[in-house]
Design a binder for this molecule. Structure first.
Ligand code: HEM
Length: 186
């Protein structure tokens, strides 16, 4: 929601996509919402809720020239990987369209994007989490127009993230929801 408020053009594209046609969104409709899906993907790239993944090597391994003995705790920085300029063009920018013609997914098969980890200890709830995020966001975009309160400027939004096991906004987002006139009488 923060990134969409900061990027009104993107929010407008998502609203046009989700408002096309129906007064209510079903889970099946999400499959055709490519712009919405790209927004959620870009969000977990730029703001992964879990930045550091801790894994223990169960056997000696050699990886990219490094010897990692069994029992070593390996910390993988998914936050930094998602912003690596070797993998991403303008990595600090919120540009969901980068995913529109890209096969890169978040399921741990492409190591440029691992918000849910990868391999045997990867997240078991990936599909559930993403479907929930997409469904909630689709409905928020479908039913309401959004603005910052009191004419606040998006440039002044504090983007500081809190640290901890999971990362979120340091200061909660305050946004004003106005029921969308296209569906408020349905
Ligand atoms: C956006 C939401 C979520 C994110 C970003 C996320 C991310 C992660 C990450 C990074 C890991 C560790 C992977 C690793 O160390 O390689 C993990 C593990 C796990 N997640 Fe999630 N998760 C999310 C939501 C969920 C949900 C909704 C569920 C269950 C319904 C879930 C269930 C699990 C389980 C069971 C594990 C442990 C897997 C194992 O150790 O074998 N997660 N998740």
């Amino acid at each position: 929601m923060t990134e969409l408020l900061r990027h009104p053009r993107v929010m407008n594209n998502v609203q046009n996509e989700v408002r096309e046609g129906k007064p209510h969104i079903t889970a099946d409709d999400l499959e055709e919402m490519h712009c919405l899906k790209a927004v959620v993907k870009e969000t977990v790239r730029l703001h992964p809720p879990i930045a550091l993944h801790g894994l223990e090597a169960i056997e000696d391994v050699r990886l990219m020239g490094y010897d990692i003995p069994a029992g070593t705790l390996v910390i993988i920085n998914a936050w930094a990987i998602g912003k690596d300029p070797m993998s991403w063009v303008e990595p600090e920018e919120f540009q969901p369209e980068r995913f529109l013609n890209s096969s890169i997914d978040f399921r741990g098969h492409e190591f440029e994007l691992i918000p849910f980890g990868a391999g045997r200890r990867g997240c078991r709830g990936t599909s559930f989490a993403m479907a929930t995020n997409e469904f909630v966001l689709a409905n928020l975009m479908h039913k309401f127009d959004w603005a910052l309160p009191g004419g606040a400027k998006v440039e002044h939004l504090d983007m500081t993230e809190c640290s901890g096991v999971t990362i979120r906004r340091g200061i909660p987002l305050l946004a004003v929801a106005t029921p969308c006139s296209c569906y408020c009488n349905l």
